[in-house]
Ligand binder design. Structure first.
Ligand code: GLY
Length: 383
């Protein structure tokens, strides 16, 4: 018997119980976080004054649908597919409106449309996912060979900005090439991943969050601390996007350098992780205040479990053990299984300098659930 099996069975039992009512209670919403009474908000609420990069275009809007597809995969219950499609079809409006979309179409459309198409063959999902992939490919700058991340934000000129998070968005490009047999999408993904390997990953396995290139010449200009503590620091969620992201590129391309890079980042993370398994917002933040990011924790755990799949038998346990330490810490000390709160995972932080800390975030729940299913032996790669 796998040493994690009893733990996994216990946690999956709780996930099934919680998702059963959370799904139905929130079926018409696209949640991001919970309010003071523990109820999920709705980022797709058109009556609210969200900004153009926010609201229905918000980068996390695919995760509630993704959670529903995880549940559908697990239980086979049709209600989860039906609920997943409510948010999936609401996101079609973003494609029609176009303005306000960004590189995070991968995060939005992979766990919704691509998941739906892979699991059910839904043609409407395939069309929307391909549309999103074309938009993502259109953000590639051949000078500098990077995918532009955001649109101009609060006065910053972001034409030359690429961010580590985009390693996840590449999934949509790999999928589009695999689906259409047109290699253009994959070429763009590989060129972007190679750029990230060169300019984002430091020799010790820590990573930059943002790198700015000259959008005319492609010259690398500077790195920025972004959502981490400062320039040169080590934003934990970015470390997670990097380790897991390079594994996604490795599985889709077989390029050995991506596995080596993912392992380097993984070893940095494992060395930075303390015994408690609790993950700070930034591995290089001051001791106090001790801000945490449970979402970063779950993404790192998911990445370590992907590395474990790719290494020889005798190396696997080291990565699984580190992932388990993180997931067990979340389960024992940072999760809520009651009916008082729609979310599961507590103590998430959007960024180090955001005044709001230790809130719930829907994608922490997604990545926690996904990692637990991986530990169970569910080898399907949603990304
Ligand atoms: N992709 C943005 C974030 O991790 O906050």
């Amino acid at each position: 018997m796998d040493k994690y099996q009893a733990w996994v069975e216990e946690v999956i039992g709780k996930i099934r119980e919680k998702m059963d009512w959370v799904s139905e209670k929130n079926k018409d919403k696209i949640p991001y976080t919970t309010d003071d009474s523990g109820c999920y908000d709705d980022r797709g609420d058109m009556t609210k004054e969200w900004s153009v990069d926010n609201g229905l275009n918000w980068w996390t809007n695919g995760f509630f649908g993704g959670m529903m597809w995880l549940m559908y995969q697990d239980t086979g219950e049709q209600k989860y597919a039906d609920i997943a499609r409510i948010s999936e079809y609401r996101l079609e409006q973003c494609l029609a409106d176009f303005y306000g979309l960004h590189h995070d179409v991968g995060f939005m459309f992979q766990p919704t449309c691509v998941a739906d198409y892979r699991l059910t063959g839904n043609e409407r999902s395939r069309k929307n996912a391909l549309h999103a992939a074309v938009l993502l490919a259109g953000r590639f700058n051949p000078e500098g060979q990077f995918i532009r991340a955001w649109n101009d934000l609060s006065g910053d000129d972001t034409r030359g900005w690429a961010i580590i998070d985009c390693m996840f968005n590449l999934s949509l490009l790999y999928w589009a090439s695999e689906e259409t047999k047109d290699p253009r999408f994959r070429h763009i993904a590989v060129k972007h991943a190679d750029t990230v390997m060169k300019y984002f990953v430091r020799p010790d396995g820590s990573v930059n969050h943002i790198v700015e290139f000259d959008p005319q010449t492609g010259e690398m200009l500077r790195s920025l601390g972004g959502q981490g503590y400062c320039e040169g620091s080590s934003w934990t969620r970015g470390q997670g996007w990097a380790v897991y992201g390079f594994m996604i590129s490795y599985f889709h391309t077989g390029k050995e350098e991506y596995l080596i890079t993912a392992k380097k980042i993984a070893h940095y993370c494992m060395a930075a992780l303390d015994e408690s398994g609790i993950v700070p917002v930034d591995f290089r933040q001051p001791k106090e205040p001790a801000w945490e990011d449970s979402c970063g924790a779950c993404v790192i755990a998911g990445g370590l479990l992907e590395v474990a799949k790719a290494v020889p038998e005798q190396e696997k346990e080291m990565y699984r053990q580190a992932a388990f330490r993180i997931l067990d810490a979340i389960y024992r000390t940072r999760s809520d299984w009651s009916r008082d709160c729609d979310a599961i995972v507590r103590n998430c932080s959007g960024s180090y300098h955001n005044p709001e800390h230790h809130v719930t975030m829907v994608y922490a729940d997604y990545f926690f659930m996904e990692a637990v299913y991986k530990l169970m032996g569910n080898t399907g790669l949603l990304w």
